[in-house]
Design a protein around this ligand. Structure first.
Ligand code: AMP
Length: 334
């Protein structure tokens, strides 16, 4: 259902709907917000000050809040952040090797996709409480892609950093890149900041590498070598980052795959997870091909699960919880 249909439905008196709260996905909570927050003017101004940290997303998120305030003036507006789940990272996982003043002014590894990780971890706590208490890696593999290390329920590391460009290659974003490449593009190719932004956010990743598409289904259907190269690169970066996160965790009890690719692309999952028996990952490839919930062999030291993420439901749950509405939209934190 589109937003207009929802608004039309809400406006009809006979439906008896009373909007008491509107939850918003806001990409950046800066160094401050580790939890969702009820919007007031001061908070709005603070979130606006984070626009330079996420110029492609934050202004649109805030425009949504302004529109909702106008449409539902009596309702509470709740901002839920993609960065919040990662806000308790230890300093070492949060900083770059730059002079300290840059960290202090906010140049940090924020990490994103936090609402997805939080949702997955709540589901895990509910369905697999023993695993959830251990060392967990979650791979959110969709058009945007990142991975997160979670220890005893807390995020301890993420592949994304200061912006949502870092880490894994994505549909159209480059993922990890030597900053020297950016210097080269500026100095030798005379590219402007806007041109480089366009290249790295919109014309790189699977789309840029393949020259065909950002969609894994199209790349899998293609016979072009460039499509195969793009998928192979994606797989190799996921595997490399998995190794790094496991070192950070000191082991791995559970690996969860989620997002459009993680939930559906059985061949990509197979390529990511094969030949990792030495690492403690023993995959049941038939279960993988059938997209089953558990795709590791019985007795595999690491249990591998496919779980469907739902960031919107997480936002609705946060909003309901903040407003003390008793609706268990997602199993609550106990
Ligand atoms: P998301 O951003 O999480 O919605 O993921 C979107 C991406 O998931 C798409 O661009 C595809 O690359 C991938 N995807 C979705 N369904 C499938 C599928 N059945 N097989 C392979 N990839 C898929």
């Amino acid at each position: 259902m589109g937003l207009t249909a929802v608004l039309d439905w809400l406006e009809k008196e006979e439906n008896g709907a009373n909007v008491v709260g509107v939850g918003h996905r806001v990409v950046h909570g800066g160094p401050i917000y580790a939890e969702p927050v009820l919007m007031d003017d001061a908070t709005f101004a603070r979130l606006k000050s984070f626009e330079p940290l996420a110029p492609l997303h934050q202004p649109y998120n805030l425009a949504g809040i302004e529109a909702a305030r106008e449409a539902f003036p009596m309702a509470a507006q709740v901002a839920c952040f993609d960065t919040a789940f990662h806000r308790r990272h230890p300093f070492i996982a949060d900083t770059y090797a730059l002079p300290r003043e840059y960290y202090d002014e906010g140049v940090r590894r924020y990490g994103f996709h936090g609402l997805s990780y939080e949702f997955i971890h709540r589901i895990l706590r509910h369905e697999e409480p023993v695993l959830a208490r251990g060392k967990v890696a979650v791979a959110h593999l969709g058009n945007g892609a990142s991975m997160c290390a979670i220890k005893s329920g807390k995020s301890v590391g993420s592949t994304m950093g200061f912006t949502a460009l870092d880490g894994l290659p994505m549909g159209t974003r480059c993922g990890q890149l030597d900053p020297g490449v950016v210097l080269y593009l500026m100095a030798e190719k005379k590219m402007s900041a806007a041109e480089i932004t366009d290249l790295l956010y919109k014309n790189s990743g699977l789309k840029g590498m393949s020259g065909i598409s950002n969609d894994v289904r199209e790349l899998e259907a293609s016979n072009e070598q460039s499509a195969k190269d793009a998928l192979d690169y994606f797989v190799s970066r996921v595997r490399r980052n998995l190794g790094g996160l496991c070192a950070e965790l000191g082991g791995l009890d559970c690996l969860v795959l989620t997002g459009g690719i993680g939930e559906n692309a059985a061949n990509v999952r197979k390529a990511i997870l094969e030949n990792l028996e030495w690492f403690g990952i023993q995959i049941d490839f038939d279960a993988n091909a059938r997209n089953e919930r558990i795709i590791s062999e019985k007795g595999s030291p690491t249990v591998v699960l496919i779980l469907k993420t739902d960031e919107e439901r997480m936002i609705a749950a946060h909003t309901a919880e903040l407003l003390n509405l008793k609706q268990p939209l997602v199993p609550a934190i106990t």
